[in-house]
Design a protein around this ligand. Structure first.
Ligand code: AMP
Length: 138
């Protein structure tokens, strides 16, 4: 009895490799910054989060505070999945706002493309140093 009914003949084309979906997903721009693949000014860090200067500032001081993991796409997912990490992000925002401005700051999490989110790796915008209402837009 043959046990090779599913074996390929040598003339068959090779099978299509099975590729895991997550292996096809590009790391986010913030993960690439964290890895050092893309330059950025890192202004603060905790065990699980880091802060950089935004490349297109919308306020005199415009920093981003970012969890090191990119598993949460927005603040709603982060709050539900890891509230301690959200607390750590807010604590780092407070620290960098004190170091780069007078400690008063506006914290914005754009949530969804319709709200202006362009990077789906959750991050907080820290706006400080003299704000006007336009800076509500992140
Ligand atoms: P959002 O539109 O809320 O997703 O915010 C993404 C933010 O990332 C924007 O304010 C961008 O200016 C900022 N950004 C994108 N690329 C870089 C980069 N290479 N370095 C620093 N900030 C960046």
């Amino acid at each position: 009895m043959s046990t090779t009914s599913t074996a390929r003949a040598s003339s068959d084309p090779p099978p299509t490799p099975v590729t895991r979906l997550d292996a096809m997903t590009e790391p986010s721009i913030f993960t690439r910054i964290l890895r050092g693949d893309i330059p950025a000014e890192i202004v603060g860090e905790t065990e699980n989060a880091f802060a950089i200067r935004d490349i297109a500032p919308q306020a005199p001081v415009h920093l981003l505070v970012i969890p090191k993991t990119e598993q949460y796409r927005n603040v709603v997912e982060l709050a539900a999945g890891d509230p301690d990490l959200l607390t750590e992000v807010i604590g780092l925002a407070n620290t960098v706002a004190s170091e780069h401005a007078d400690g008063d700051f506006r914290l914005i999490f754009n949530t969804g493309a319709g709200a202006g989110q362009t990077v789906f790796h959750v991050h907080a915008h820290v706006l400080a140093g003299g704000l006007n209402e336009k800076s509500l837009g992140g």
